[in-house]
Design a protein around this ligand. Structure first.
Ligand code: ATP
Ligand code: NCN
Length: 190
């Protein structure tokens, strides 16, 4: 069984997230996709972070799909960093094929994540195109560090079966949506 892990703040969730989830399900030939709503990105300010329950509810509404599960497992387990989640799930689900999914903007800063190399070497990763970050993402520090392990997007359907490190950069339909823009619009409207 192939499971995609798509983590995020989802503050709030939007159609760009839905696009990444649907495209990943199809193109990576996943059986399931778990959307991990974080208690709080360790690299972002939490000043305007909406409560977890509110973010979970809105993410479930946007992500409604039979193969998608939205979960707050990281808060339940007291995890702050992604490497903790990946370490835990790899042990717990040792017989499944796990893939980490993120947008191209996350790839730019990935080398600042706690134990980022453990993540990259622990499970295959799929990076989805995002306007504004797409030109730079393939030249990011992480992309350069693991350049040798990049898989052509024509072979994305086999990514989950590959031994890490292995990563694919998925291009195609893109979305300009962002949670920041939605928060700003809401603030202007009130
Ligand atoms: N429009 C988009 N296209 C591709 N990936 C996206 C898009 N929006 C978000 N993502 C990815 O989804 C994941 C969760 O993103 P997040 O919840 O931080 O949304 P965001 O719109 O980037 O939020 P913010 O504007 O608050 O930074 C990240 O991996 C991010 O790269
Ligand atoms: O583990 C880290 O150091 C780390 C640093 C930055 C972001 N992350 C994770 O990256 C995912 C995307 O975060 P965000 O805020 O960009 O939606 C989410 O699952 C975060 O927990 C993780």
């Amino acid at each position: 069984m192939r499971i995609g892990l798509f983590g995020g703040s989802f503050n709030p969730a939007h159609e760009g997230h839905r696009l990444v989830a649907e495209q990943s399900l199809q193109r990576l030939r996943l059986d399931a996709l778990w959307v991990l709503v974080t208690p709080g990105n360790p690299l972002k300010s939490h000043d305007d972070l909406r409560p977890l329950g509110e973010r979970m509810a809105a993410t479930k509404a946007i992500m409604a799909h039979p193969a998608i599960t939205v979960t707050d497992i990281e808060a339940q387990l007291g995890f702050r960093y992604t490497y903790e989640t990946v370490r835990f799930l790899r042990r717990r689900l040792f017989d499944r094929r796990l893939v980490w999914i993120m947008g191209a903007d996350s790839m730019l800063h990935f080398h600042r994540w706690e134990n980022w190399q453990e993540i990259a070497e622990g499970l295959p990763m799929a990076i989805y195109v995002r306007p504004g970050a797409s030109r730079l993402a393939p030249t990011s520090r992480a992309a350069r560090r693991y350049a040798h392990y990049r898989v052509a997007q024509e072979d994305a359907s086999s990514l989950a079966d590959r031994s890490p490190p292995a990563w694919v950069y998925l291009t195609g339909t893109s979305s300009t949506q962002s949670s920041t823009a939605i928060r700003n619009q809401r603030q202007t409207a009130t």
